[in-house]
Ligand binder design. Structure first.
Ligand SMILES: *Cc1c(COP(=O)(O)O)cnc(C)c1O
Length: 396
């Protein structure tokens, strides 16, 4: 394994401090390294592999599409993308979709749609967007501009202009940033990288009312918290509100690189038109087949209902661990998107867990993040908790 790691470090740009492991294949909720060692996976490729590894139904659908056609470009219609768009718009209760290749690109598209919507109203180009502190929306320039971690932005200034930041779950701080130039408010329904921090129902509803009153577009970034992760197809669906624009990616393709931004008909009628936006790969037949199959499996296996049940069990078991160790401040999250907020850096605990055959990831320095495949069982939770317990015991 060390040889492979050395080769990687001699050729890849070093933008990640990677764990010292090379994963070779996966099955269900487990990964296997190149030595054949098994790991229980509570990261799922950062919330991507919603259906677990080596799902036969999913793999067969992709293989069948490979033998038909992979790519046509967006100058032509293709049936897998149409089927995917129908399934996604239905699940998201939104009217129009544009497929991208990643989450960051979905955010870029959402920003462009919001700016165009405002431009169509007054012909001006000085509109402002309000984003939240500690948010994460991606690494491209537009998505980075609305990402609320100053150190990610620092060296890459200037950002795109006219972005203001407010505090999560603090409606007054949002209100204080609103001007008659505000065209959009962008936020994650549950902040992911920023520390597994859910927006409260009250905050979401207050922001929704504000946006309605001032014709500001509410953009909800569901790249991490969407696709069943919280027990709802999209996290905002728990609260009886609806965004004007939504982004999704990660589990949308459950393993193939795809994202999307969606909007209401009202926004679609007055924003991006032919020539305004595009993508060579976006929504090609291959990813279309993957997305369509993902939604089919979600429905057939009632994944959201399962997440509500096993998510409640995970919460209960994590709470026991949180009570057992003083170093843990609290647990927070929703469904199968959970975090243990600690008083100290968690990297040693995560490394111990990896040695013991459990894959975990951090969110910020002090938070252990849990993003397992949505197909985990209570027995998998028990197995995870046992290793987590040992890993805390070994480090405190
Ligand atoms: C991961 C993530 C992104 C960026 O997605 P990429 O596919 O890595 O570009 C954007 N928003 C949120 C909330 C994310 O978690």
């Amino acid at each position: 394994m060390q040889n492979i790691i050395n080769e990687a470090e001699s050729v890849l740009l070093h933008t990640y401090n990677r764990f010292q492991v090379v994963f070779d294949h996966g099955n269900g909720v487990c990964l296997y390294d190149t030595n054949g060692k098994e790991y229980l996976d509570f990261v799922s490729g950062i919330g991507v592999f919603a259906l677990g590894y080596n799902n036969k139904d999913y793999n067969d659908a992709l293989k069948a599409q490979i033998d038909k056609i992979l790519h046509t470009s967006n100058y032509y219609y293709n049936e897998p993308a149409i089927a995917a768009a129908k399934a996604l718009t239905k699940a998201a209760q939104l009217d129009r979709v544009f497929f991208t290749n990643s989450g960051a690109e979905a955010v870029e598209g959402a920003i462009k749609a919001a700016r165009k919507y405002a431009y169509n109203k007054d012909g001006q180009t000085d509109h402002e967007i309000i984003a939240l502190e500690h948010s994460f929306h991606g690494r491209t320039m537009g998505a980075l501009s609305v990402t609320g971690t100053p150190k990610y932005r620092e060296a890459f200034q200037p950002m795109i202009g006219n972005i203001k930041f407010a505090e999560m779950n603090d409606f007054e701080s949002v209100l204080s940033q609103v001007t008659d130039k505000t065209c959009a408010i962008i936020m994650e329904t549950v902040q992911g990288e920023g520390g597994i921090y859910p927006a409260t129902e009250e905050f979401l509803k207050q922001v929704r009312v504000l946006c309605d009153e001032k014709d500001i577009l509410l953009i909800l970034d569901e790249v991490q918290c969407g696709m069943g992760r919280t027990g709802y197809m999209f996290a905002w669906q728990k609260f009886g509100i609806r965004p004007d624009i939504m982004t999704t990616a990660k589990a949308l393709g459950s393993g193939v690189p795809v994202g999307a931004f969606l909007m209401t008909q009202k926004v679609a009628d007055s924003s991006l038109v032919a020539g305004d936006h595009g993508s060579t790969y976006g929504g090609n037949p291959f990813v279309g087949a993957a997305i369509t199959k993902v939604f089919e499996i979600f429905e057939k296996e009632n994944i959201c209902g399962h997440v509500q049940e096993v998510g409640a069990y995970l919460e209960k078991e994590l709470d026991k661990i949180a009570n057992k160790y003083d170093v843990i401040e609290l647990r927070r999250g929703a469904g199968l998107m959970q975090g243990l907020v600690c008083k100290e850096p968690v990297s040693a605990i995560i490394n111990t867990a990896l040695e013991k055959g459990l894959v975990l990831i951090n969110a910020g320095t002090n938070i252990i993040r849990f993003l397992p495949p949505l197909t985990i069982t209570e027995a998998d939770v028990d197995r995870m908790i046992a290793i987590l317990d040992e890993s805390f015991a070994a480090n405190v």
